[in-house]
Design a binder for this molecule. Structure first.
Ligand code: PLP
Length: 380
């Protein structure tokens, strides 16, 4: 305990205006509230709050890690070449046009910090991922929110909000927390409607899970145009959320600009090695997709049988709506599940006060949550 520090602070009569001031926009950011990880009794049976996978991670990862942990005193490769090469090989992309970050969250803020400043506007959707607002405000720019239709991105609503100040549009496809997606034709229509100086960011964090013929994750536009970047993550289907690995793919001029502001060693050697091993294990990814293909429809149907409304999802999670208007029903259900060690996600801060988001978990987790919700609805 340092008594001196406290005395000095308390004795400072100058007040807040003489302290270092965050730049404009920073204090307008509502602190991000992560998904809970513990039930109300301190015990977690099933954590279904952050769209993590129930299948762990590829077995090839731990072998790859042991090659790094023998030399922790050395700086990692600042270019993350091993990881970019592995991603390029697997996805059929030029590694020179790939940039890696500490989660795709870092890629999103690098994009904002590279292209946005005070006076600029950036658009995202009504129930869009909260990190966009944080990235935009953190860059000192102004967020502009486009309303959605049926909990789905509305291309016209975005295009109507474009002004000469617009510099960027963020689109999660599929979106979190709604689970809905835009078909490729609509994404192309959005791109065609934007001025060529506006950067379109296609966040495909759940792209690997989608099984729809009319879906395209963003690779095609990012490969063939000058103003589209696609972002991806290792936190979801690859099961490496803890290591913070994400990447972006885009035109050379954008990757070059981002690399200039990127921290020179932003990826740890552990993350580089783990990501490179994980991305090459296509069997693991296929098994994860198969698990989701089985349990996403099962969870959806079982919850609908209980009388709940479930937004049709193409991701590894569902948005579940409760019937009361005041939002209390979702809060009560969440508390009921928490008491029983099942941790889901309230989404009031996404403008959805009477809904809960549930990650598709293991068979046991899915069955347990459905059984508890059945009891909850019966007792109420
Ligand atoms: C989970 C998620 C991400 C990934 O975040 P990381 O920083 O890579 O862990 C990005 N976008 C959306 C929409 C997400 O849900």
């Amino acid at each position: 305990m340092n008594d001196m520090t406290i005395a000095v602070n308390e004795a400072n009569p100058a007040g807040a205006e003489n302290r270092p001031q965050p730049k404009q926009g920073v204090l307008d950011i509502a602190p991000y509230v992560p998904g809970k990880s513990k039930g109300s009794n301190g015990k977690t049976l099933h954590k279904l709050s952050s769209n993590e996978t129930p299948l762990g991670t590829s077995k090839t990862v731990s072998a790859a890690l042991s090659t790094v942990t023998g030399a922790l005193e050395l700086y990692p490769d600042g270019n993350a070449s091993e990881l970019r090469d592995a991603i390029g090989e697997v996805y059929g992309l030029n590694p020179d046009r790939i940039i890696c970050g500490a989660g795709s969250d870092e890629i999103l803020s690098m994009l904002a910090n590279t292209y946005l400043g005070p006076g600029d506007e950036a658009i995202y959707c009504e129930h869009g991922f909260l990190v966009y607002e944080i990235a935009i405000r953190g860059a000192g720019a102004t967020p502009v929110v486009a309303p959605e239709k049926d909990l789905t991105t509305d291309v016209d609503a975005i295009l109507e909000r474009v002004t000469p100040k617009t510099k960027m549009v963020f689109l999660a496809n599929p979106n979190n927390p709604t689970g809905t997606y835009l078909p490729f034709a609509e994404v192309k229509r959005l791109h065609e409607g934007l001025p060529s100086n506006v950067l379109l960011v296609l966040d495909a964090a759940y792209g690997e899970y989608v099984r729809r013929n009319d879906y395209e994750s963003g690779i095609e536009l990012a490969a063939t145009t000058e103003n589209v970047v696609m972002t991806r993550t290792f936190s979801k289907i690859y099961g490496l959320a803890n290591l913070r690995i994400g990447w972006g793919f885009g035109p050379a001029h954008i990757i070059d600009a981002m690399n200039r502001i990127r921290g020179p060693f932003n990826m740890s050697g552990v993350a580089i090695a783990a990501g490179a091993a994980a991305v090459r294990d296509r069997t693991f990814v296929a098994d994860s997709v198969e698990h989701n293909e089985k349990w996403l429809p099962w969870v959806t149907e079982e919850l609908e049988k209980l009388g709940l409304t479930v937004t049709p999802s193409v991701g590894n999670f569902v948005l579940v709506h409760f019937s009361d208007e005041d939002g209390k029903r979702a809060t009560d259900a969440d508390a009921y599940l928490l008491e029983r060690g099942c941790v889901l996600r309230m989404v009031g801060n996404y403008g959805l006060p009477n809904a809960i988001r549930m990650t598709i978990g293991s068979e046991e987790a899915n069955r347990t949550v459905v059984a508890h919700l059945k009891d909850f609805l019966a007792q109420a």
